[in-house]
Design a protein around this ligand. Structure first.
Ligand code: HIF
Length: 290
């Protein structure tokens, strides 16, 4: 049959420009909806991107950001994911505007956007995640437990295929955001500028005296000078462990190296288990808003 058949619908193949439009919309909403927490949904978007990716298990190839399975009750209700509905709901109007993007691509793109918009490094990103159904939900217990020590941190991140240096670089993201008593039980921000991406996490970890907070909540640490910042037991493990600590020292001194290593490790995190048909060279570097 020749000519335009009404039976043939063209499949929409999004280009880099289309994904940049999604980026721009997330960035616009971050500015518009500034009446939340410390003035930005950015940190909780980063946490959503990471928790959707951090279920990956390299032995079985299961988990990771591919299926966006946190949309379903079993995974949404895992204790570690408490509070992330806020981030998923924030992105719903973006999904409505760009219905062709998969949730997995949207959540990870939004995480990359939140880091760039917070002044962090470029997070090169590529599409390819396909939404899956509830049967692809991962079992509870794949995400880390902040009450534990370095052995647990290594168990969790080695399972995803990360090295000690990559683990420390990633943890620098705790410069962003805060803990909420009604979500994790922990309380407070890691630094004084929780909406700006910097290497402050490492500087404070080394520069402050951290003491056990005296309170009725779970064991966490507070800085002895202002008593308004916090560290989780897993954060403290980075200076208790000699192998980890040398990278903390490196990143506290050298912000450029931190930005580079963080970007590499975060890109790797967001891509775990994704069946890409494109190549690493095809990653997009989104333009950050003015
Ligand atoms: Fe977090 N993380 N994270 N995290 N995280 C919290 C909050 C954020 C761990 C525990 C917690 C990473 C690793 C680990 C962010 C980003 C990343 C909270 C508080 C806890 C308990 C949640 C709440 O109460 O709202 C543990 C145990 C980790 C491994 C050791 C990643 C590297 C740092 C992978 C990462 O990118 C962000 C951003 C937040 C802030 C969220 C907010 O709502 O402000």
């Amino acid at each position: 049959q020749k000519g335009d058949s009404p039976l043939v619908t063209k499949t929409f193949v999004p280009t880099k420009e289309d994904y940049q439009k999604v980026y721009d919309e997330v960035a616009r909403l971050l500015v518009e909806k500034d009446d939340y927490d410390d003035g930005s949904y950015g940190p909780v978007l980063v946490r959503l991107a990471w928790h959707s990716s951090g279920t990956y298990d390299k032995e079985t190839g299961t988990g990771g950001s591919n299926g966006a399975t946190m949309r379903f009750a079993p995974e949404a209700e895992h204790g570690a994911n408490a509070g992330l509905k806020v981030a998923r709901d924030f992105l719903e109007p973006v999904k409505a505007k760009f219905p062709w993007i998969s949730y997995g691509d949207l959540w990870t793109l939004a995480g990359a956007c939140a880091i760039q918009e917070a002044g962090g490094p470029a997070i090169p990103w590529r599409p390819g995640r396909q939404d899956q159904d509830v049967s692809a939900c991962t079992p509870d217990g794949r995400l880390p437990d902040a009450a534990k020590d370095q052995r647990h941190v290594r168990d969790i991140f080695y399972r995803m295929g990360f090295s000690d240096q990559e683990i420390v670089a990633l943890l620098g993201a705790h410069a962003l955001g805060r803990a909420h008593p009604d979500r994790s039980g922990f309380d407070g921000p890691w630094d004084f500028s929780p909406t700006v991406f910097t290497n402050e996490f490492f500087k404070l970890l080394l520069g402050e005296k951290w003491v056990h907070r005296k309170w009725s909540g779970p064991d966490q640490f507070t800085d002895n000078s202002s008593k308004s910042l916090m560290m989780l037991p897993t954060d403290m493990s980075l200076i208790k462990d000699k192998e980890f600590k040398k990278y903390v020292e490196l990143y506290a001194k050298d912000n450029d190296t931190f930005f580079k290593d963080f970007s590499d490790a975060f890109v790797k995190l967001l891509e775990l288990g994704v069946p890409f048909t494109n190549k690493p060279e095809d990653r997009f570097v989104f333009k950050t808003s003015e």
